[in-house]
Design a protein around this ligand. Sequence first.
Ligand SMILES: [Zn+2]
Ligand SMILES: [Zn+2]
Length: 434
Amino acid sequence: MSRQNAQKRIGKKKCPNCGATIPSYPRYTPWCDHCNWNIQPDNVETQSRWQRTLSQQLAKRLFDQMRAEVPPKRLTGTHIAALLLATLIYLFHVALLWAGGWLIWSLSFGRIFAGALLIYFSIRALIIRYDELPPDMLLIDDKQFPALINFVREVASRLDVPMPQIVLSEQFTATFARVGPKRQSLLCIGIPFLALLNGGELTSLIGHELSHAHDGARTRSLYVQNARTALESWHALLSFRGLAQHSNMAASIVGVCLFALCFPLRVILIGSLRLFELLVVRDSQRAEYIADLQSLAVAGNRDAPQLLQKSCYRYLGALHEAYANAPLHQKYSAIQQRFADIPQREKERVWRIAKLQQPKLSSSHPTVSERIALLKNRRDIPPAYVIDAQQFATIQAELQRCPQILHGHEIVYLHEANETFVMEGVELSAVSAD
Ligand SMILES: [Zn+2]
Ligand SMILES: [Zn+2]
């Protein structure tokens, strides 16, 4: 359907809440700009009242500290609690290893077997490892993506951070991680998200992600993170999911019995993981603000708010549909074309929902509104590095080939394709444009 035809089919309807006349686009959710009918954030009901109050107070305090440029304390109560919890977990593993050794020493066959299992799983939980790369991600090198890699190298050198390994994915986001015993930097960038960005926004995005390399928060240290990973490893092991869902009935019954037997242990593990979450979340949120601010040194603050707004367009169902349905060699351009065709009113609906999101106790990021408010609170900073049009076009040409290179892997991007927000029986998602 052409854009002109779509424009012709725009109708009008009355808002059922306030009676105002509102435009109605075919196959897009109607909403009212007068009373915000059909505009609801998706997390309003997931927090109890005390959680909501506490998360709002903590978020406000952190925002005020960032705005006033209060330097973070090197050691706070939550840091000490997180370090203590991590130490307890390591001591617990020492006790498990000692118990395993003691069982083996008893020289009875059953006990040797139990001791060996205990030692094996304790070491497995503790060992620092590179996470395996999921099949829908692609580790890239200079030969395949020279322009993109040179660009990231340029941003990294201007921020004075190490050059990361780069992974491309089909997710609508970008992430930064440090993996393995040497804490190797890993930058993961999602092709559908990159397809929506201009040169300035791309610089801002890479600047933000690479700035995470500066993050020296104690709760994000290897010591604390590895203790947390060990807990997650035990939690996964003791859920016996593989056994409980086994097609063999006997194996499945054994799995369910073991699951029930280990239930009290799992409760302790889940409680400890939640506690960890609470202890690290403030550092995580602060790290996002800091990465936003540090990226200004290279990208300035002209494009950063627009970048954050575009990150919310992952909730535009029509984009997911366009990417999923296009042939491999056209996926990149299909998402760009669909983005241009989506009515501005639909983008505004998604953006308004995003702006209404409230702070959450467990959220690793501040809300988009808070991040934009902090960026706008700074004086205008021009970008120190502007990518030229030719370089940007070359990067885009490289990225266009990426879905074909990924071909052969299982594409799991579709899991969000039909994502809908259902609030009080009203479906809020835009599923398709034409
Ligand atoms: Zn209304
Ligand atoms: Zn970040």
